[in-house]
Design a protein around this ligand. Sequence first.
Ligand SMILES: Cc1cc2nc3c(=O)[nH]c(=O)nc-3n(C[C@H](O)[C@H](O)[C@H](O)COP(=O)(O)OP(=O)(O)OC[C@H]3O[C@@H](n4cnc5c(N)ncnc54)[C@H](O)[C@@H]3O)c2cc1C
Length: 542
Amino acid sequence: MSKASTLERLDAEFAREVEENQLRLRGSLRTTYDFIVCGSGSSGAVVARRLAENSDVSVLLIEAGGPDSAPEVEMAAAWPLNLGSARDWGFTALPNPHLNGRVIPMSMGKVLGGGSSINVMLWARGHKSDWDYFAAAAGDPAWSYDRVLDIYREIENWQGTPDPARRGRDGLLYITPPTEPNPVATAMLDAATELGIPIFDDVNGSMMEGPGGAGYMNLRINNGRRQSIFRSYTFPLMSQPNITVLPGTLVTRVLIERGAAIGVECLIAGRRHSFKASKEVILSLGAIHTPKVLMQSGVGDAETLASLGIPIVQHLPGVGANFQDHIMVTSCIWEYPEPVAPHDNGGEATIFAKSAPELDSPDIQLLQIQFPVATPELAGRYTIPAGSWGIFPALLRPHSVGRLRLTGTKPEDPILIDSQILSEPGDLTALRRCVDLAREVGNAQGLRRFVKREVMPRALTSAAMDDFIRDGVSTIWHQSCTAKMGQDDMSVVDGRLKVYGVNRLRIADASVMPRVPLANTMAPSVIIGEQASRAIAREHQL
Ligand SMILES: Cc1cc2nc3c(=O)[nH]c(=O)nc-3n(C[C@H](O)[C@H](O)[C@H](O)COP(=O)(O)OP(=O)(O)OC[C@H]3O[C@@H](n4cnc5c(N)ncnc54)[C@H](O)[C@@H]3O)c2cc1C
């Protein structure tokens, strides 16, 4: 038997063991666990694993979504098929006057693994300045770049050019540059060189300490298959008796008594259940539902909660405020003379740049996409050939900040996303520069052999270009910052991610980011999970 088929057989045996164990554990649910982790996404999956590594600790991991065994999850190239599926919460933002009144989708993962099971699998660690900003906001050097670098080195299994000062080789997380990059990705780097943009061997190495550059993406893909955070962290421990993973279960409320979280209330197949936590409850429901559940539990702005008839437990006006996201223009497109099939996830090359020379770090990014994608508004205006490729011009440092609004007390009452995207005029200015840069790159000599013609936007008047941007903006799905870590009145958690004024309640997910980092948000969410786990282990002497 070949090595590959032996490994496949062992994997199948282990998967059966996990299934049997979890069926057993779910068949005899306890009323009390030491820790209850709510949400199995990029942060929650990490916390659940780290706690369950200690066999004396019992962990209940609750997830609203279902299994992650669908081929659309597993096969890297199939990621777009998850959008709008049952594995997507299907959030939309409110109609936005700055986007010509458009209602834009705000997909988030509703499945074991959360975003890490439906996302584009890019591993981007964040800029040095982001982590130093987090440390300053928290007043805690544990969040500084140097300290976070230690965690990254510990958890990564980096397959690219060795960089022992920054990249680890022995960790849980398989991370690789594209093994056979699409020639159109290589050509984008040639075009960048032509424009004087420096090329880096690793976009997560020294490049993330300086003013920008270009390179191949880091991918969470092995042999064409997605490596979700849940599969890397939680799944390998699921044959143990001390971790119960409960999918299909909606957390509706944190139960709080005398200023401390004592458990959670949830719905299983429409029926109400509650579970107690003898040590802590950790909310990892993502940046939309963590604030929702907090508010429905009485933790939020007192006046807002009173207007909805929710008894106030803790006045924290920052819950649901400070909504941030990355946006991109979907998209600049060129027709291939001869179409080239996408490789990996269809997006392997990137450029980070500054929209203005005086900035101290990059604030715009170009993401290549090896097949055509357009918003319905732009698709209605241009004829886009199937054999095309594109560049997403993206804004990394948005100044527009939105807010979430609760509409009622019931679990089915939606939370409204008032994104405020492009409400700050400076964001439009930066995006204009970003579209210009995308066109300079796409029309450069280095990419000429992949260009029959520029499909869109082509040269436009400035008013028409603004209209193109407003009609083309979509989210990069980096919703964050809605229960921020910090020390001011709008902060919701402290540097150890404990909710102010509520004992035994912690938040570990993208909501705690004080600002959205210069990166796709999965890797920073993993760091948040690691930081929460380390703080818990210290405080509970685990
Ligand atoms: C389509 C898409 C593409 C993306 N591409 C990338 C990329 O390529 N690289 C990158 O770095 N980032 C990417 N992201 C973003 C990244 O996946 C997220 O930032 C990251 O997963 C956030 O982690 P989290 O733990 O905060 O939340 P999530 O990963 O969203 O996890 C939250 C979990 O909580 C569950 N949950 C929510 N409410 C409840 C409830 N009431 N009860 C029980 N469970 C609940 C959810 O179902 C989910 O599993 C993408 C996201 C999407 C949606």
